[in-house]
Design a binder for this molecule. Structure first.
Ligand SMILES: Nc1nc2c(ncn2[C@@H]2O[C@H](COP(=O)(O)OP(=O)(O)O)[C@@H](O)[C@H]2O)c(=O)[nH]1
Ligand SMILES: [Mg+2]
Length: 450
């Protein structure tokens, strides 16, 4: 196992009050003794005011605070030191360099967390959540990452894994005595246990589309005819003037993408060139881009000036596969007497001049992109990555194959291989592989001859 001493700046370099430097691994305390004065590894988890000194030149580089974390009670599980220095471009870099002179090597990206994983301080799902928490740009992302870091998802996966092992324990008798007609466990009990775990797994897997969207941000493409007010709406949703707005049709030629947080959820908004047949080659390209974005979109915000519902719009809407939210724009210049509708869809009336309807658009977007997550609440775990989805899909497939094999009279030992494979998929997902576990469970919780 790699455990050589590594060092890295844990805060971004630049002008700041403080910087945090992390040092971990075999020999970390010996390195600390050469660089930090005084050095007190015998006073664990106590903040000590230190002079940081270059080990070769003896020059003082900074005055800081050092905290020693003897392993295994540290983030990485190894002997670890955290040094708070002054920030800025020079000091923290020189302190890191001094640690290297004293025997540490520069850490690879993610190496501290990787060591924490190797040393069993956290599992793979938690390690992912650590990265997600750092990358969170919307409160909903932060809440999810924190819940996963606190093992919300890990606990659910472990519970599912246990249930599959219980199922295996139920058919253990049939495995040991295949020639007997009926074991002590009636088939209906196996059937019931199977349904319970199958449904739970299926429900968790069903959170994947919105969960992955939460991770990446929902891609919303603003489409519609030229001059409909698309760029104005784009800017209004972003809260700043990102796209150029003019009264000249065809102003937006490129697709512009920008991140936005709406109702606490992460979105990626795309303003596009108006969809129409244009003789202008550059605009044509823009329209091509629109179509490509449309193909990748989670949602389409279709804009049309209130009261101008056109046949072209109806044709476009009938073609499109992606869910559409219809927006009737420029509500301020038409009295909202009759209810507008675009292509028979419920339509949100918006004016970017008066601000009317903007909140409704935001709510509608959040509901359409993340409604299931909202209804599920923050406590119920969800999966947020393709890796999660792939593993759960495999576990579910194995469960279904188990059931099919049982139904077609395959012997118990052979059906059990599907349960082993399902558990294996969950183990891979959590990142903790314990191959002897299955056997221990079967014989630990079941008494042959009963
Ligand atoms: N009165 C009014 N004018 C608007 C509104 N939204 C956009 N416009 C005007 O409509 C024109 C086209 O807007 P723009 O956002 O560039 O449309 P795009 O071509 O669809 O991107 C500009 O002159 C805007 O000022 C609105 O809500 N009310
Ligand atoms: Mg535009």
């Amino acid at each position: 196992m790699l455990s050589d001493a590594i060092v890295a700046l844990a805060t971004p370099p630049g002008r700041s009050a403080l910087a945090l430097i992390r040092l971990s691994g075999r020999g970390a305390f010996a390195i600390g003794a050469r660089v930090l004065h005084p050095f007190h590894p015998d006073r664990p988890r106590v903040a000590v005011r230190v002079a940081v000194r270059h080990p070769a030149t003896g020059e003082d580089l900074d005055l800081g605070i050092a905290i020693c974390y003897p392993g295994p009670a540290s983030y990485t599980g190894e002997d670890q030191i955290e040094i708070a220095t002054h920030g800025g471009l020079l000091v923290s870099g020189e302190v890191v360099a001094a640690c290297v002179v004293a025997g540490a090597r520069l850490a690879e990206p993610g190496e501290f967390t990787r060591r924490a994983l190797q040393n069993g301080k956290l599992d793979l799902v938690q390690a992912e959540a650590t990265a997600d928490l750092i990358d969170a740009g919307a409160p909903a992302q932060r809440r999810r990452a924190l819940q996963q870091l606190e093992r919300g998802l890990s606990r659910r996966l472990e519970a599912l894994r246990d249930e599959i092992l219980q199922l295996e324990a139920l058919i253990a008798y049939d495995i040991d005595f295949p020639e007997e007609d009926e074991g002590p466990v009636p088939p209906e009990q196996v059937e019931r246990a199977w349904h319970v775990v199958h449904d739970r797994l299926g429900r968790l897997l069903a959170t994947a589309p919105e969960g992955e969207r939460l991770h990446a941000g929902a891609l919303v493409v603003i489409a519609g005819p030229p001059n409909a007010g698309k760029s104005s709406l784009f800017n209004a949703l972003l809260g700043h003037e990102r796209a150029i707005v003019t009264e000249i049709p065809g102003t937006t030629r490129d697709a512009i993408e920008a991140p936005a947080v709406l109702e606490g959820f992460p979105f990626r908004l795309v303003d596009t060139a108006g969809l129409r047949d244009s003789p202008d080659r550059v605009e044509q390209l823009g329209i091509e881009v629109s179509r490509r974005y449309l193909a990748a979109a989670d949602l389409v915000l279709f804009c049309e000036e209130a009261g101008t519902a056109s046949a072209a719009a109806a044709a476009f809407l009938s073609e499109i596969q992606t869910p559409v939210i219809a927006v009737a724009t420029k509500a301020d210049i038409r009295p909202a007497t009759a209810r507008e509708s675009i292509g028979d869809r419920p339509t949100v009336q918006v004016s970017t001049v008066t601000g009317v309807g903007l909140d409704a658009v935001k709510r509608t977007l959040a509901e359409a992109a993340f409604g299931n997550l909202v209804r599920l609440g923050d406590v119920e775990p969800i999966v947020t990555r393709e890796r999660h989805r792939a593993a759960l899909t495999e576990a579910l497939r194995e469960l279904e194959q188990f059931q099919a094999a049982r139904a077609s009279g395959v012997d118990a030992a052979a059906t059990a291989t599907h349960l082993v494979a399902a558990v294996g998929a969950l183990d891979d997902l959590i990142g903790v592989v314990t191959p002897d576990d299955v056997l221990d469970r079967v014989f630990g919780s079941f008494c042959v001859g009963k």
